[in-house]
Design a protein around this ligand. Structure first.
Ligand SMILES: [Zn+2]
Length: 97
């Protein structure tokens, strides 16, 4: 991975994007691209979750299937649960707690 650790401050749009999803939902995650504004569903394999030392450095990322943009959004506690529960590959950015 070549991602630099620059925390984004785009707000909590991710929370609303995932609102309404429950643990029994199929393993497809709704997401939106801030670049082309396309909305789509992504399989767990298309997403990456990075868990930092704090919620501010915890985010998920994916590549927009429409325009190819690398999208990164902050992941709150609930989203982390959804993603990990759905089998999304998780990267821990810190080695000790
Ligand atoms: Zn896009």
């Amino acid at each position: 991975m070549s991602e630099s650790a620059t925390p984004g401050t785009r707000g909590m749009t991710a929370a609303s994007a995932f609102a309404g999803m429950t643990g029994v939902a199929p393993v497809m995650f709704r997401a939106g691209c801030p670049d082309c504004r396309e909305r789509f569903e992504l399989a767990a394999s298309a997403l990456r979750l990075a868990i930092g030392a704090s919620s501010r450095t915890t985010f998920y990322s994916f590549t927009c299937p429409r325009c190819g943009a690398a999208v990164r959004k902050p992941a709150g506690e609930r989203i982390v649960e959804l993603l990990t529960g759905g089998g999304v590959r998780t990267l821990r950015l810190h080695s000790t707690v």
